[in-house]
Ligand binder design. Structure first.
Ligand SMILES: NC(=O)c1ccc[n+]([C@@H]2O[C@H](COP(=O)([O-])OP(=O)(O)OC[C@H]3O[C@@H](n4cnc5c(N)ncnc54)[C@H](OP(=O)(O)O)[C@@H]3O)[C@@H](O)[C@H]2O)c1
Length: 243
């Protein structure tokens, strides 16, 4: 049975990614910063007979990364799939004042801590376990808003959505994806960036166009790629985006 870790799996796209992977017979560790919310989420899927369990992971608290790494090493000795899904858009609490000219540096730093630095540090810690898999897969959940090409192109769908902290943190996630895929090109490990689409979650809001099932589909497909699949790509469903 394959072993997967999904961060930010207590709700939204992460929860649905965990559900779909477990339906494919993968044993899923559901990362959550809140023990209470994480356990409730895992119980919901366990009650459906799915092979999941809660694991404590706060992307702002590296001690939780070490504890998770040690637990996975002891229990399974390997990690086949890592879905780096946890993310925030904290600047959206105040759209009017959080522009590139005015955003408080603490807001920018905290966004990067959760969306980027946490992802890099956790992945570095887990890589030795992923290398033990015969077909390691790393999915970095990004956004179309991380595309520098679209941001620099007047008329693109996202040209006017200049949420500075979120966008730049996701551009950094994209760069991490390119660098890690390059570093691992001679291994069986595949590393890709997934844009879920505009999904009905707490972050996406009620006006979003995609269901949770549709939103998790890209991460799940990249997590389950066979050996002929791509690495170092920026994917939404079956489309490749420009970086
Ligand atoms: N929804 C969209 O339209 C959309 C579009 C493009 C990209 N995305 C990306 O998709 C991913 C999932 O987003 P979503 O829409 O499912 O959002 P969501 O419903 O707000 O869920 C975000 C998840 O990340 C977790 N999280 C936040 N900060 C964390 C931290 N410090 N440590 C650990 N977990 C943390 C949340 O946990 P708590 O419950 O504890 O807050 C929650 O589980 C994100 O990376 C997001 O940027 C979403």
């Amino acid at each position: 049975m394959k072993i997967a870790l999904v961060t930010g799996a207590n709700k939204g796209v992460g929860f649905e990614t965990a559900r779909q992977l477990a339906k494919h017979g993968v044993h899923v560790l559901m990362g959550s910063r809140s023990e209470e919310r994480g356990k409730v989420a895992a119980q919901e899927l366990q009650q459906q007979g799915l092979p999941v369990e809660f694991i404590h992971l706060d992307m702002e608290t590296p001690d939780t990364f070490i504890a998770a790494r040690n637990y996975i090493a002891e229990q399974f000795g390997v990690l086949d799939i890592l879905v780096n899904n946890a993310g925030v858009q904290i600047e959206s609490d105040n759209w009017q004042t959080n522009t590139v000219e005015t955003i408080p540096i603490e807001t920018l730093r905290r966004t990067f801590d959760i969306n980027f630095f946490g992802m890099v540090e956790l992945t570095q810690l887990l890589l030795p376990l992923i290398r033990k898999s015969t077909a390691g897969r790393i999915v970095n959940v990004t956004s179309i808003l991380g595309s520098l090409s679209y941001h620099a192109t007047p008329g693109s769908n996202t040209y006017n959505t200049k949420t500075f902290a979120y966008n730049t943190s996701k551009a950094a996630v994209n760069s991490f994806t390119i660098h890690l895929a390059h570093a691992l090109q001679d291994t069986p490990i595949k590393v890709n960036a997934a844009h879920p689409g505009w999904v009905k979650t707490d972050m996406g809001g009620k006006g979003a166009t995609l269901s949770l099932e549709q939103g998790a589909a890209t991460s799940v497909a990249l997590a389950l790629l066979d050996e002929t699949g791509p690495s170092g790509k920026y994917i939404h469903i079956d489309r490749e985006f420009p970086w």
